[in-house]
Write a protein that binds this ligand. Structure first.
Ligand code: FAD
Length: 306
C-alpha cells in the first residue's frame, strides 16, 4: 500500500500504540528508565465530563503493584470499591445467597473494582508528568511498514473535523492497542501461529443504582455477585457509592430474541426476578439496548514480536 503521509523528521526511539491501561504503564516504566517514548492513542484526551458505563476493571495485587511503581496506587484505590469474595445468588431459591470469602472467612485480600475509563485517565494523567514521554491523542494507527519501521496514522480533529495523515519512524514499536490491535494485524503474515474463536456468547452492560436512601440494593455491597441460570450468567461489580455495574452474558440466540422493551422485562422476570425488581424498568430497557452487545472472543497467537 502506498502512503502519502507527511513524515515526521524526528525518529522516535520507542513508539507505544494504545493508551488504555497497558500502554501508559509500559510507557511510564520505560520513561522512568530514561528511554524516550511516544505514546499514540486514538481517543480524545480527557473524559469529556462523563465516565460512561464501561465494564469495571478489577484490580488485584498484580495490577496494584504496577500502580505503586507509577506512584498513583493511593489515588486510584480512593476511587475504587473493594470486594472480599463472592456472593452467589442461588437460582429459583426466592433470593437465597451463598457467600464465599477469597481468603479464609474474613475481609482480607481485597480486589478493587474501578471504572475503566477513570483508571485509564488517572494513569494517563500521571504519564503526562513523565518528561521522557510524549502523548499523542486522536492518533489512530492505520498500518506499519516494517521494512522501513514507519507507522502511519490518521490524525483526527483537524479543521472542520477533517482527518490528517501522519507518518512516524520508530526504532522500537510496542502494540498495546487492545483486542483488535492494528499492530498485531501488521505482523500477522510473519506469525507462525494464529487462532481466533468467536464464541456464541455476547455481553450486555447494565447498571444497578443504590436505593433511594443511598444504600446498596444488593445484600453484601462488598462482594462480587454472581447469578447463573442455565446458559445465562450475570455478574455484579461494586462501585464506590453503593451502585453496581452488571454484566449479563447470554448466548447470541437468546440476546437476538430480546427485541422489544417488553421482551427485556419478560426475560429478567423469568431469569433474574430478584434483580429485575431492583433496577428501574426504564433504565433496564435503556441499558439493554444502549449498545450493540459485544461478542466474546478467544485469540491465540505466536510469536508476540517481529
Ligand atoms: C467483559 C470483560 C470483562 C473484563 N474484566 C476484567 C477485569 O475485571 N479485570 C481485568 O484485569 N481485566 C478484565 N478484562 C480484560 C481487560 O479488559 C483487558 O485485559 C485490558 O483492557 C487490556 O488492556 P489494554 O490496555 O491492553 O487494552 P485496552 O484496554 O483495550 O486499550 C487499548 C487502547 O488502544 C486504543 N487503540 C485501539 N486501536 C488503536 C489504534 N489503531 N491506534 C491507536 N490507539 C488504538 C484504544 O482506544 C484503547 O484506549 C475484561 C474483559 C472483558 C471483555
Amino acid at each position: 500500500m502506498e502512503f502519502e503521509h507527511q513524515l515526521e523528521d524526528e525518529e522516535v526511539p520507542v513508539a507505544v500504540v494504545g493508551g488504555g491501561i497497558v500502554g501508559p504503564v509500559m510507557a511510564y516504566i520505560l520513561g522512568e528508565r530514561g528511554i524516550r517514548v511516544h505514546l499514540y492513542e486514538s481517543r480524545n484526551k480527557g473524559l469529556n465530563g462523563s465516565l460512561g458505563r464501561a465494564i469495571n476493571f478489577s484490580l488485584s495485587n498484580r495490577g496494584i503493584d504496577a500502580l505503586v511503581r507509577m506512584g498513583i496506587s493511593d489515588e486510584v484505590l480512593k476511587e475504587a470499591a473493594p470486594y472480599y469474595g463472592r456472593c452467589i445468588h442461588l437460582p429459583n431459591s426466592g433470593g437465597k445467597t451463598k457467600v464465599e470469602f477469597y481468603l479464609g472467612n474474613e475481609k482480607k485480600g481485597a480486589i478493587h473494582s474501578i471504572n475503566r475509563r477513570l483508571l485509564s485517565e488517572l494513569v494517563l494523567k500521571r504519564l503526562e508528568e513523565n518528561p521522557n514521554v510524549k502523548i499523542f491523542y486522536q492518533h489512530q494507527l492505520i498500518n506499519i511498514e516494517h521494512k522501513n519501521e514507519t507507522l502511519h496514522f490518521n490524525v483526527k480533529g483537524g479543521e472542520k473535523g477533517s482527518n490528517n495523515k501522519k507518518s512516524v519512524k520508530a526504532k522500537f514499536i510496542i502494540g498495546c492497542d487492545g483486542f483488535n490491535s492494528s499492530v498485531r494485524k501488521s505482523i500477522l503474515g510473519s506469525m507462525s501461529y494464529y487462532q481466533q474463536n468467536i464464541l456464541d456468547e455476547v455481553y450486555h452492560e447494565l447498571y444497578l443504582p443504590p436505593t433511594q436512601n443511598g444504600e446498596s440494593a444488593l445484600p453484601y455491597p462488598d462482594m462480587f455477585h454472581i447469578w447463573q441460570l442455565g446458559e445465562v450468567m450475570m455478574v455484579g461489580l461494586p462501585n464506590k457509592g453503593n451502585s453496581f455495574n452488571i454484566i449479563l452474558y447470554t448466548p447470541l440466540s437468546h440476546s437476538r430474541n430480546i427485541k422489544t422493551p417488553n421482551d427485556v422485562l419478560d426475560f429478567f422476570r423469568k431469569t433474574f426476578p430478584d434483580v429485575q425488581k431492583k433496577i428501574p424498568q426504564n433504565q433496564l430497557i435503556e441499558d439493554f439496548f444502549r449498545k450493540t452487545p459485544s461478542r466474546l472472543n478467544i485469540m491465540k497467537c505466536y510469536p508476540y514480536h517481529y
